[in-house]
Design a protein. Structure first.
Length: 255
């Protein structure tokens, strides 16, 4: 028996999804239907499902926040009305990405994909291998276009030390110490750059590995970073929820 968790904040959508799943596979057991990030974190810290259907936009936030608070080893099928999160979904345990409104055929194909990789769901699937197999052949952005008055400039990704937000505006800082306003949000930029080379340490900074000069352990879960060029306007601290992932990123082996 496959045990399924549904995370969806729209009651009608959750009900329709539950009905579709049970119609396609009557033997499935729906363990719970949750509608908030908070409840999902609490549930996943204490219980285990074989498969999770997860909406991205929930009533109290973005469902990717769940992965910052709890290690989710269960395969996930994302359901959403927006397609801009597809790449980010494949960086966690996603095995499929359904755009609303999805059809019974879409759900059936997603379930078939699950079965093709997990013939015995309770045996503990090899999530890392699955993600490698499903990850799209992605080419990351190599240049960013900026405008400064009447001047248009193209900046190579190799020139960029970090992206940052200051007073609700977004900027690019180059290794030469030049700062340029960017029309893209950090959320958008994070999806465009190679995650092996850039890391989102907090809401305001997306830094390149090569920009790091010194790293300080302020506490077990608090890290301060010196970057080049230096930031005079604000300290660069790794957020509490990102510290463990940041340590893993520092020691990452590129495959």
């Amino acid at each position: 028996m496959i045990r399924v968790l549904i995370i969806e904040d729209e009651k009608l959508a959750a009900k329709r999804l539950e009905e579709l799943i049970l119609t396609l596979e009557p033997g499935i057991k729906i363990l719970a239907v949750l509608d908030t990030v908070r409840d999902s974190i609490s549930w996943l810290k204490n219980k285990m499902a074989d498969l999770v259907f997860m909406d991205i936009h929930l009533s109290d936030g973005n469902s990717f926040e769940i992965f910052e608070h709890v290690e989710v080893k269960t395969p996930v099928i994302f359901t959403t009305a927006y397609d801009e999160y597809a790449l980010k979904a494949f960086r966690v345990n996603s095995i499929d990405y359904l755009l609303k409104p999805f059809s019974p055929v879409d759900v059936r194909k997603a379930m078939e994909k699950y079965h093709s990789y997990f013939s015995t769901p309770n045996d503990g699937p090899d999530i890392e291998s699955l993600i490698k197999m499903l990850k799209p052949d992605r080419k990351y952005q190599s240049r960013f276009l900026i405008t400064a008055g009447s001047i248009i400039k193209s900046i190579s990704i190799e020139e960029i030390s970090y992206f940052y937000n200051l007073e609700k505006s977004n900027f690019i800082c180059t290794s030469a110490g030049k700062n340029y306003a960017s029309g893209l949000s950090l959320d958008k930029i994070e999806l465009l750059v190679d995650p092996d080379l850039f890391f989102r340490i907090n809401r305001n900074f997306l830094i390149s590995y090569k920009s790091i000069r010194n790293i300080y352990n302020l506490s077990k879960s608090r890290i301060k970073i010196d970057v080049h060029p230096p930031q005079e306007d604000q300290d660069i601290l790794v957020s509490f929820n990102k510290s463990a992932e940041f340590r893993q990123w520092l020691g990452k082996i590129t495959e």
